[in-house]
Design a protein around this ligand. Structure first.
Ligand SMILES: *Cc1c(COP(=O)(O)O)cnc(C)c1O
Length: 354
């Protein structure tokens, strides 16, 4: 009928993974992070599957307005705040919450008279050195907002929550500046949510775990009770027998050590599959583990069929998802699951499954 590649989104996996997050952080509200088009799964689709979340975090005001217009009434937070002051009327109009991480944003809010209606999340830099006020600047920033009538939520973000003992310094810093403020607080991403209960506070902010990928490799998603929300699949479209010494693909980077049977799969880097995935990157052919061989091309890649004699044109291939953890593919390709999920190309048809 058509080119066989597709991304299937498992809606019940999304809601199951939200339950896992709630099970770990029973006393916190859950702000489901659905930036980057729901980590590549489709923002509105994900929001509908996670409608039980207490709120959503997105990147920009257009995404937030799209969610409001789709009928979502819970908290919607701009994770990097507004980018220019002229976005503020939209924020009030749609009651969109914003991170405040810089003095110019406070100045803009104080100049804008209806800003008191905007829920604010004041961000501290506790050591990642990306966004947020320094510990030394934080009290004055908080003072300015409270003086203007705001009751902000206090937040910070961890740089190393996926490493053992990765949060200690940042947690100490954030506790020191926020503990006595008697305001809601938020720290935990997926890794902290699963590893460090002392970071749960009032709001947790899981992202990657909701999509069923492990935030704590080498611990697997399955071990954490998470179900993959996306399966990227395709089919074998050609087969060939090659002789020992034959080379495969651009650059001839794979040379057959013996006579072997190989297959061509309709999936390439223009579909979002990583071009830097080397020979040996795992995938499933007819449900059995095999490997990529040679370089990934724009629209195709090549697989080893030595141990899969039944493989033929039309045999199903799972690039990642059910049975093939995306973090294993990412590890082989020298990246992280986040990047692979976000990169699935527009041209890949996306289907929904219960
Ligand atoms: C993306 C993001 C998250 C979610 O992180 P995961 O590792 O995907 O759980 C949480 N908080 C902030 C500020 C983020 O930018």
């Amino acid at each position: 009928m058509s080119r066989p590649i597709r991304a299937t989104i498992h809606l019940s996996a999304l809601s199951h993974n939200l339950d896992v997050a709630r099970h770990h952080a029973t006393h916190a509200r859950v702000l489901a992070v659905i930036k980057a088009n729901g980590y590549g799964h489709g923002m509105l689709r994900v929001a509908r599957a996670l409608a039980a979340a207490d709120g959503f975090a997105v990147l920009n005001v257009q995404e937030a307005v799209t969610l409001r217009e789709a009928g979502f009434t819970q908290e919607i937070l701009l994770l990097e705040g507004f980018f220019t002051a002229d976005e503020l009327p939209l924020l009030t109009q749609h009651r969109i919450a914003t991170v405040v991480h810089a003095q110019w944003q406070i100045d803009a809010l104080l100049r804008f008279s209806s800003a008191v209606n905007i829920p604010l999340w004041l961000k501290a830099n506790s050591g990642m050195n990306r966004l947020g006020f320094q510990a030394s600047e934080f009290p004055a920033a908080l003072d300015a907002l409270q003086h203007a009538g705001a009751t902000p939520t206090l937040m910070t973000h961890f740089a190393r929550a996926d490493e053992s003992e990765g949060i200690a310094g940042q947690l100490t810093c954030f506790n020191a500046i926020s503990r006595h403020a008697e305001l809601p607080r938020s720290m935990a991403n997926s890794a902290a949510l699963l590893s460090y209960p002392q970071t749960h506070a009032d709001w947790v902010r899981p992202g990657i775990m909701l999509y069923g990928a492990s935030p704590l490799p080498p611990q697997s998603a399955a071990e954490l009770g998470l179900h993959p929300a996306m399966t990227l699949s395709s089919e074998v479209i050609a087969l060939r027998n090659i002789k020992a010494g034959d080379e495969v693909g651009y650059g001839g980077t794979f040379q057959a050590p013996c006579d072997m049977r190989i297959g061509v799969v309709a999936c390439g880097y223009a579909d979002g599959y990583p071009r830097h995935a080397p020979t040996g990157t795992p995938l499933l052919v007819n449900g059995q583990r095999s490997r990529v061989i040679g370089r990934v091309s724009m629209d195709m890649l090549t697989v080893d069929l030595s141990n899969i004699p039944e493989a033929n044109v039309g045999t199903p291939v799972t690039l990642w998802g059910e049975g093939m953890p995306v973090e294993d593919v990412a590890a082989a390709a020298g990246t992280i699951s986040y990047e692979l999920l976000c990169a699935v190309a527009q041209r890949v048809p996306m289907l929904e499954a219960a």
